[in-house]
Design a protein around this ligand. Structure first.
Ligand SMILES: NC(=O)c1ccc[n+]([C@@H]2O[C@H](COP(=O)([O-])OP(=O)(O)OC[C@H]3O[C@@H](n4cnc5c(N)ncnc54)[C@H](O)[C@@H]3O)[C@@H](O)[C@H]2O)c1
Length: 336
């Protein structure tokens, strides 16, 4: 494999365009082409970055000069594109979730099992410098045996009703990142208990979903994990980790636009609001994710966020959905 990986981006929406920008400036990548079902979306990215706008997926996959594709299309298209790309011999970095239906995900797994190329799933939070450092220190034994984890994950504002209707629900769409983070910190999950409510946006309730949730997980090793989610947060994108162990605690806090704090007669330590949303908050993580993917394609190493991680996160999301429906904890009988 060449040291500079020729790559194409499929899907030039919110996240695809951001990935294309990262790839265009990464010294280990050569962004050859972008494609979007909406020609104008691809044309805009093509003009901005000076790359070819491909006419279709077939053109990208049939181009032998392209070694890898980044799939940033809507979730419902991921499985077909992963299979087609892997069969065409391309390495794949696909956005989360793999699909909303575990049966389709397992079909995809079977279809690509015997193909040798890299397949990586975009759980970008594992690449956040602070979360990654926290995990390294945890693994080095700094706080002893992990007993409790608190994952706080609140979006700044609710998505449109049309998005919610096709999202697969809060757990498969949003909490899936937190389920993956839980596995990153404490390993495989044995038990899931979820409660949820519509506290923010009645439209989300009308679309059959919830906008607020608290989920408790028990890891196979016995650690307890609490995830709290909201689709609305007045002070920005709230993303924090707290890990409590036998010998202490590790905390990773929010990111603010600046480090300036204000002190006055009515307040102390007032900081800027936190960074607005994922593109800003996880900018370094997305760059590190791309760098890791390119390294894996070059070296043949297994990605830190593998297809199997995508499967396990979805299994936990499904269990959370079941627990929400029944009101009782769900035991996961099989974790890879
Ligand atoms: N990792 C993260 O932080 C993160 C954040 C946001 C979204 N996502 C995921 O990324 C994916 C895309 O989300 P988004 O918010 O960018 O969506 P989006 O709707 O903004 O963009 C999707 C783009 O794909 C195009 N498209 C649709 N079908 C296509 C096809 N068959 N071939 C090529 N292009 C096609 C659409 O025209 C659109 O421009 C979703 O799976 C989502 O869950 C991940």
């Amino acid at each position: 494999m060449p040291s500079v990986i020729p790559i194409a981006v499929l899907g030039c929406g919110r996240i695809g365009r951001m990935h294309a920008r990262v790839l265009a400036r990464h010294p280990g990548a050569h962004l050859v082409a972008v494609y979007d079902l909406i020609p104008e979306a691809a044309a805009e990215t093509s003009r901005e970055l000076g790359v070819r706008a491909a006419a279709g997926v077939a053109e990208v996959l049939g181009d032998n000069s392209i070694a890898a594709v980044l799939i940033a299309t809507p979730t419902s298209t991921h499985v077909d594109l992963i299979i087609a790309a892997a069969r065409a011999g391309k390495a794949v970095l696909c956005e989360k979730p793999i699909d909303l239906d575990i049966a389709r995900v397992l079909e995809c797994e079977a279809a690509i099992r015997d193909l040798s190329g890299t397949v990586m799933i975009g759980f970008n939070r594992r690449f956040d410098p602070s979360f990654r450092a926290l995990r390294e220190r945890l693994q080095a034994g700094e706080i002893g045996r992990v007993e409790q984890v608190i994952i706080t994950s609140r979006d700044p504002s609710p998505p449109p009703a049309t998005y919610v209707a096709a999202s697969g629900g809060l757990f498969r769409d949003m909490t899936i990142h937190d389920f993956d983070m839980a596995r990153f910190l404490v390993g495989d999950i044995a038990e899931v208990h979820a409660i949820g409510a519509v506290l923010v946006d009645p439209g989300i309730g009308e679309a059959g979903d919830i906008d607020s949730a608290m989920i408790i997980l028990r890891s196979r090793a016995g650690a307890l994990v609490h995830i709290n989610n909201s689709r609305r947060c007045a002070y920005g994108y709230d993303q924090r980790l707290e890990v409590f162990g036998s010998g202490g605690m590790l905390l990773a806090g929010n990111r603010h636009a600046t480090t300036v704090q204000s002190f006055g007669s009515n307040h102390t330590g007032a900081a800027d609001v936190v960074l607005p949303f994922f593109i800003e908050r996880y900018a370094e993580a997305y760059s590190a994710e791309i760098a890791h993917f390119l390294d894996c394609v070059s070296s043949g190493a297994t990605p830190m966020t593998s297809f199997a991680d995508g499967v396990e996160a979805l299994r936990i999301a499904d269990a959370a959905q079941e627990s929400l429906r029944t009101g009782i904890p769900v035991h996961l009988d099989k974790c890879t």
